[in-house]
Design a protein. Structure first.
Length: 279
């Protein structure tokens, strides 16, 4: 059984545990691993964000920098240029909360000022020392994700001796930074970071044992949608990828995850609603 709680955001709160929440991915980038370039145009991105809400997303996660293997970083100004108009427009046009997928405090601040209520930080507060204080000052919700290495070496890490222990220790370190900054426990969600600083087998091992992270006492988010670790399990076609997404989503929900982060919201909403009802 999932623990039930409220995720406290600046202007609302989201009940967690009774039903699975869907975080819809909106990448406004030219080079993301599966949808790069589809929504880099401002108007297309805004239209897509509204579609995600209509399809059943509880949160829209806007990202302006790809972190796929082999991707190049962008400047803070470029990331801001990509995300800010989209966040501003969606903030006026949708009812569900907006999340900003960034590890930069400067980008997060401007996105929150424009209407975002959640910071989704792939570094778990490792990359920007100003991020914890920003989250505290704005009372934003925060997703603290486990990853390894720098921005440039995220996907070049050596094999872990004990993936579950190392991921748990990393998440605990992120929580300690949050507590030191005065961030409320009710603002925090944890993400074990499938595919970030983890090989395919390590990602599978972490996902298979995701329920173990519930002992940390915080709600859990899993983002396994379209991740390449599944290539080690299936023959990779678009159809197979979609079924793999479905399998990982259902397994995560059964394992006690509160939020799933997905590209394809409509099928994920059906899977989540049915799985929740059966549980």
């Amino acid at each position: 059984m999932r623990a039930r709680c409220d995720w406290k955001l600046p202007r609302t709160s989201l009940p967690l545990g009774e039903r699975t929440l869907i975080m819809g991915i909106l990448n406004v980038t030219p080079d993301s691993f599966s949808d790069g370039g589809l929504y880099s145009d401002r108007d297309k991105a805004i239209t897509r964000g509204r579609e995600l809400e209509q399809q059943g997303a509880d949160i829209i996660d806007v990202g302006g920098e790809s972190t796929r293997p082999g991707s190049a970083g962008v400047t803070e100004d470029e990331e801001t240029r990509r995300v800010l108009p989209v966040v501003e427009a969606l903030g006026r046009g949708i009812k569900v909360p907006i999340s900003i997928d960034t590890y930069r405090a400067g980008v997060a601040r401007r996105a929150i000022d424009a209407g975002a209520q959640i910071v989704n930080d792939i570094s778990g507060f490792r990359f920007d020392d100003g991020m914890p204080q920003l989250v505290k000052d704005t009372r934003a919700g925060v997703v603290l994700m486990h990853s390894r290495g720098s921005r440039e070496s995220l996907h070049k890490q050596s094999q872990m001796d004990d993936p579950l222990r190392e991921v748990q220790e990393g998440l605990c370190g992120s929580v300690e930074k949050a507590k030191a900054a005065g961030i409320s426990d009710h603002a925090i969600v944890l993400d074990p970071g499938i595919g970030f600083g983890k090989g395919a087998e390590e990602s599978i091992h972490v996902l298979k044992n995701v329920s173990s992270f519930s002992t940390l006492g915080y709600p859990l988010l899993i983002g396994a949608s379209r991740k390449s670790f599944m290539r080690s399990v299936i023959t990779w076609t678009e159809e197979a990828r979609d079924w793999a997404n479905a399998a990982t989503a259902v397994f995560a929900i059964v394992s006690g995850v509160h939020i799933i982060r997905v590209h394809d919201v409509r099928p994920a909403r059906v899977l989540a609603d049915v799985t929740d009802r059966l549980l």
